[in-house]
Design a protein around this ligand. Sequence first.
Ligand SMILES: Nc1ncnc2c1ncn2[C@@H]1O[C@H](COP(=O)(O)OP(=O)(O)OP(=O)(O)O)[C@@H](O)[C@H]1O
Length: 472
Amino acid sequence: MLKKMPGDEPHRIISTTPDTAVVFKPAVVQTPAIITLVIFAARFVTGLFRFAWRHPVVPVVVAVPVMLHVLYGWRVALLLVTPVLVGLVTWGFLDRPTFAHWVGWRLLAFARWFWIYRRHWQPVMTVSRLARHIRGREYLPRLVKVISDAWADRITVKMLDGQAVKDWADRTDNLSHGFGARTCRVSIVSSGRLVLTFPRRDPLETPIPALPIPDTPGVGPVEIGKQEDGTPWFLRLLGTHVLVAGATGAGKGSIIWSAIRGLLPAVRAGLVEIWALDPKLMELSFGRELFGARYAADPGDCADLLDEAVSVMQKRAARFAGLQRSHTPTLDDPFLLVVVDEVAFLTAYQHDRQLRQRISAALATLTTQGRAVGVGVLAALQDPRKEVMNIRNLFPDKIALRLDESEQVDMVLGDGARDRGALADQISPLPAPGAGVGYVRLETTPDPVRVRAAYVSDADIRAMVADCEEAR
Ligand SMILES: Nc1ncnc2c1ncn2[C@@H]1O[C@H](COP(=O)(O)OP(=O)(O)OP(=O)(O)O)[C@@H](O)[C@H]1O
């Protein structure tokens, strides 16, 4: 009675005697009416409390004026409610962020829960086959709560027992179209619970101009651009190695140049040295004055420069042994960032086998031992296949810009990254909406984050060079 009892289904019943009616007897359990009423009342009250707990602002906004009206009449209600409304509007004007945090986003979350997610939940779950029908009974994953902010709606879902995150990750297309969003990201919060993120707007859809050069020298995470939620994207370079992969024209240069730009004050202060390897002779040659003697384009010179970096690293390691386990840049021991544009030119397309092996060995040594002694590698490449770059796993932090094939996403970011929403193969090939857009997967966070690097134009690089020369 409370739930539909599964009876025998007529299509399964076969009569062996011709011309006899099949007797269909569904199982019926008689329940006294009072028990039914008590259960309904209990469910109603629990639902009311649950609702008030999840959407506390809504009952206050709706229930209080109604109660005042019922108890004291509409005049008193209006008299008491008007100053509160005026107060709220003033609060919204004077301090938008706190108003949005405490009232605005909660009301929006309620509206979207009510109008979009709750209303479409059952059809979307059924059509995308995330709901199950077993013996006539429908089992739906539970929509636990909706949180909204300026960028996206985040929906906490209790999966059905026995469901896997992959079941959901495989249906992100169905979910995003079903709920009218552009994309859907799936991330796990605890056993059996996951969060679906539906962005409502895209702060990365237009190019970001070059960020201002920081005022103070710093080697901490460098601001490169924006994250998909509109917050600044900081990339750590000290104490790690970063691999940037992207097809031609994906905007690898904008990440390299934004990193150099962010470190420029520290370069001028002597806390950072940037060593540039530019085998393609295109990207870094434009600002080669910034690197002084630490610039190489010819493969032989690149090998020499890498060997020198290895030697610096080994000398430091010998000095630091037993004294310190991590490195803080100083004037005597600055952070040394080796920037390699199109690393495959040196490791795969180089026809001199000996040189190729020497370069690969030096890069492998730097990426395995460099970070503790203040030597980092920032490398860019187009083709992420293992044959081209067999040391890609030695880079703890990875960035996938636009890639040509979906299989390349996991090659760059690691297994399961595409299932978790890193759709680097779907980034637009047009420069305005797609160049510099990518997904970052850090050593410490398995969930890829969508980002866009600021575009450092030729004029910006020229200004950086002029600035540095002036400082010298
Ligand atoms: N962050 C960005 N925002 C907007 N446009 C960009 C950005 N980065 C690059 N572009 C545009 O895309 C074009 C290609 O960029 P870029 O040369 O850096 O790509 P790339 O990945 O280094 O390509 P290649 O591997 O062929 O050198 C640039 O000329 C510029 O117009």
